[in-house]
Design a protein around this ligand. Structure first.
Ligand code: MSP
Length: 534
């Protein structure tokens, strides 16, 4: 009965170092940015329960032309503008229960100095040369564009015409790393995930690489090139290095050795090229270890009626959290969209998903079990059943947990949160079926079946405890509340799967409570639910 679920080493044995992109703070966060961060938080929390020491990093990207122009339009210095906007990002991460261990800003000393050290070292090695760049620059992307990347002369992502730029720049000889990059992708199928993205990157790199311009002279909002301060470092190469610097590169060698390399850089597909091509080449140039995986997720679009007038970038997560809660918000984006593919968000599908999975399947299960323990057993967890007291139906149900949990572990290793939650909810549905099968309300009417009633309610209450562990990474508030209602004293976040994700650990005598619905049902469309008025 007490099957153990040994801790799997998912990606590495050391600190599990996981990053989101650092966000441009020319504006406040929108749904797309929050998507990357919520997914990262799910993985970080799961890894913590898996017993890994986690370093989960997010932060802000504050240099570059886009920032300089936005600030100028507001009549502010770029740093002053960033100082106003950064708190809005931090607030949102708090609202969404993001559990990052660190938050790096590229205007911090711990970032700026090591960036200079890094490029000085490459310059000293002969890995930087001076040349002239003439090309088309998209300020929205903060990147040069080749004519074939444009649609009708415009950037497909920003809809704007790129600017013609001609200037003397320092260059990084990216082209000479093409062979080594190809070897990396070929020899290491997990370096770029999912596989379709890996093939895309591989195909493009096989066509050859251009050298990369790494400095700018036409504006000064950036980190000065140490040997030629008339140039500032190109914002993307400055930004990528945040991952190294937050791990202690150039400032804390002992920490750097423990934390680097990153296990996982989570990024959107629009910025995969920088992370899968430019970033490893930069690291190769300084002989630094490479990250283990760069995973590119898809893009969200807005669908449905209620929000059809907005573009996704116009929707603030603040419009959704008051209705769905932080847990409902997190669950929806993690479960609804296949991670790695594009997906669409709509208010209607969010209400439907919330009501069916959270309010009905999960919320009702928790309420039913806790209220039966209250009514039939005086809110006290009975003695755990011995092996001989279990019926076949109980054993089958207990085994179903093991299967769902292992499916979740595999899904997390594949960076597929939607599959992990499918597996958890298959167990939720199995638990609801088990309630019907063992019908505790019928046992309660038969005084001779008292111990049987205790056994099935113990099995059910313990399954809620296990379920709380399974869903904590996605819906931490509901999981922690369920944990308290089961009367478990130790905090859920102190658990580790290896010790706690096994049957029969709910302590005898724990006092339970029913409480308000964990996920109150939302009114259906047209009956009052809806986004705030524009
Ligand atoms: N500053 C750079 C990243 C530097 S990392 C060294 C940047 N910032 S961003 O604020 O523009 O975007 C950050 C993230 O938001 C990216 O992962 C991007 O894919 C994600 N999204 C922006 N719009 C999105 C959608 N519509 N859908 C899903 N994610 C999207 O890029």
């Amino acid at each position: 009965m007490k099957a153990r679920y040994p801790r799997r080493t998912l990606l590495s044995d050391e600190v599990f170092y996981l990053t989101t992109p650092i966000y441009y703070v020319n504006d406040v966060p929108h749904l797309g940015n929050a998507y990357t961060t919520v997914a990262a938080d799910f993985i970080a929390r799961w890894q913590r329960l898996a017993g890994r020491e986690v370093c989960f990093l997010t932060g802000t990207d504050e240099h570059g032309l886009k920032m300089a122009r936005t600030a100028a339009a507001k009549g502010l210095e770029p740093k002053a503008w960033a100082d106003q906007i950064v708190p809005r990002w931090i607030e949102l991460w708090e609202l969404l229960d993001i559990s990052n261990d660190d938050f790096i800003r590229t205007t911090e000393e711990r970032h700026e100095r090591p960036v200079q050290t890094f490029w000085q070292a490459l310059y000293d090695k002969g890995e930087v040369y001076l040349g002239t760049y003439e090309g088309l620059y998209c300020v929205g992307c903060e990147a040069f564009k080749t004519p074939d990347e444009l649609v009708d002369g415009r950037c497909p992502l920003h809809g704007t015409e790129p600017e013609v730029v001609k200037e003397d720049n320092y260059f990084f000889p990216l082209s000479k790393y093409a062979e080594r990059l190809i070897d990396l992708y070929e020899g290491n199928p997990r370096f770029v995930m999912p596989e379709s993205r890996r093939n895309e990157v591989l195909g493009k790199v096989r066509q050859g690489l251009d050298d990369l311009s790494i400095s700018r002279t036409t504006f000064d909002w950036g980190i000065p090139i140490p040997w030629d301060p008339g140039h500032v470092i190109y914002v993307w190469v400055d930004a990528l290095q945040n991952y190294l610097n937050a791990a202690g590169f150039g400032t804390d060698d002992a920490r750097f050795k423990r934390v680097w390399p990153a296990d996982l850089h989570l990024v959107g597909k629009d910025i995969l090229w920088f992370h899968a091509v430019i970033w490893p080449a930069m690291l190769m140039a300084l002989d630094l270890p490479l990250p283990r995986t760069v995973f590119a997720h898809g893009f969200l679009q807005v669908g449905g009626e209620k929000m059809s007038k907005s573009t996704l970038t116009g929707i603030s997560p603040h419009d959704l959290v008051p209705t769905f809660g932080s847990d409902g918000y997190r669950y929806y984006f993690l479960r609804e969209i296949s991670f790695g593919l594009d997906g669409s968000f709509s208010w209607e599908s969010m209400v439907a998903r919330y009501n069916s999975d959270l309010a009905n399947d999960f919320g009702n299960l928790a309420a039913r079990v806790l209220s039966m323990v209250g009514r039939y057993l005086g809110s006290e967890i009975p003695a755990p059943p011995g092996e001989a007291e279990l019926a076949d139906s109980d054993r089958r149900f207990i085994e179903a947990f093991g299967a769902s949990f292992e499916a979740m572990e595999r899904a997390v290793a594949d960076i597929a949160p939607h599959e992990a939650l499918q597996a958890a909810w298959s167990f939720v549905r199995r638990a609801n079926a088990y309630v019907e099968e063992v019908a505790p309300w019928a046992l309660a009417k038969d005084p001779g079946a008292r111990r049987r009633l205790e056994v099935v309610l113990y099995v059910l209450a313990d399954s809620l405890r296990l379920l709380a562990l399974m869903i904590w990474a996605a819906t931490p508030r509901a999981a922690a509340e369920l944990w308290r209602r089961l009367g478990v004293e130790s905090p859920i976040e102190a658990c580790v799967f290896e010790r706690d994700a096994r049957w029969g650990l709910l302590p005898e005598g724990a006092g339970t409570s029913v409480g308000a619905p964990l996920f109150p049902r939302l009114l259906e469309e047209g009956a009052g639910a809806g986004p705030p008025a524009p």
